[in-house]
Design a protein around this ligand. Structure first.
Ligand code: SF4
Length: 342
């Protein structure tokens, strides 16, 4: 699509032919904004430049490099699949969408994206952006049903080029990236930019179409303790290790949560909102400072061996939850880190 060649955003994973890099970008881009992925993508690949480097790394290091991107299950599955490739596939990433589906934790979308962008397979990639473009192009109302998904799949399969044009032009890969780019930059969910759209003349909708109501947002309060101590010239912060069998973010470190009834009548040092899927957490952070706040440490429900003093200069090496990273950055605890001696 000529429009894509001239209008595509310059992103670090564009024009890349290494299938591993394409794989990492596609996994990161699921459920995470492009701006946040740009920040983490290059750092992640500096740390784990190849599949063997990723496979041999401890899981905690992979989670630490993923910190801030959220949905940590993606990092765990990426790591698991890299180990599987080394242990079961002789270190070779499969080159077809069917072969890629044999890897643990890799879904239909990711397989199609890698197979078409890295290997030129003629297979359509369908994400939320592509679905919206196809429904508007064809004038179909938004369908949240199995029949709706089948319709979108059929339309996407009709449009994807059947083969590469030559060794240098990857028609299926370019087409898929063009469709995703069109949805991300022109055919926006609200107020699509139809007059700039390269497929305006063939579009049946030319604007917004009926959409399903968004799921209602829930609100929940949450409270955390910030406890710092000095050890010579070093500063340490108290973190809690989430249990390995926790349903959310197992094995990650966070500031110790406090029961909300233990903070009644106390003044927080920070308030912030943190959204996870359909829930807005209204978070308050309390510091154990004066004599009045000493009881806060005793209010932490965690077992003693789940609590760890961590040097602030080493926080970047720890798999922190996104919320804890946000709090520590807002309070300058990470920025004020004193590097640990080598
Ligand atoms: S013309 Fe408008 S509604 Fe149709 S595909 Fe383009 S941006 Fe979307």
């Amino acid at each position: 699509m000529p429009w894509y060649r001239t209008h595509a955003r310059k992103l670090p994973w564009r024009g890349v032919s290494d299938p591993y890099r394409i794989w990492v970008s596609e996994v990161m881009l699921q459920q995470t904004r492009v701006a946040a992925v740009i920040d983490r993508y290059n750092d992640f690949l500096l740390r784990f430049p190849t599949i063997p480097a990723l496979a041999l790394a401890p899981e905690a290091d992979v989670l630490a490099a993923w910190s801030g991107l959220g949905y940590y299950r993606r990092a765990r599955m990426l790591h698991k699949a890299a180990k599987f490739i080394i242990e079961e596939r002789g270190g070779v990433l499969p080159q077809t969408s069917i072969g890629l589906r044999t890897l643990p934790g890799i879904g239909e979308y990711t397989c199609a994206a890698i197979a078409s962008i890295a290997f030129g397979e003629s297979i359509a990639v369908i994400d939320g952006n592509v679905e919206r473009v196809l429904l508007r192009l064809t004038g179909q109302p938004q369908l949240g049903t199995a029949a709706g998904r089948t319709f979108v799949r059929q339309q996407a399969d009709i449009l994807v080029p059947r083969r590469r044009i030559n060794a240098h032009v990857n028609a299926p890969g370019d087409h898929n990236q063009a469709m995703m780019e069109l949805g991300a930059t022109i055919c926006l969910p609200k107020a699509p930019l139809c007059l700039q759209c390269p497929v305006y003349s063939m579009c049946k909708t030319r604007g917004e179409h009926p959409t399903l109501p968004r799921p209602a947002q829930r609100s929940r309060p949450a409270a955390y303790l910030l406890s710092l101590r000095k050890r010579g010239t070093l500063t340490e912060v108290l973190l809690e290790l989430r249990l390995s069998n926790a349903s959310l973010m197992p094995g990650m470190y966070e500031l110790p949560p406090l029961p909300t009834d233990s903070v009644q009548g106390r003044e927080p040092i920070l308030r912030l909102r943190h959204a996870i899927t359909n829930t807005n957490y209204y978070v308050q952070v309390f510091a154990a400072r004066g004599p009045k706040d000493r009881g806060l440490r005793r209010a932490i429900p965690a077992a003693k061996n789940d609590l760890h003093w961590v040097r602030t200069g080493r926080l970047a090496e720890f798999p922190l939850t996104g919320l804890t990273r946000k709090i520590l950055q807002r309070l300058d605890v990470m920025a004020a880190s004193i590097p640990a001696p080598k």
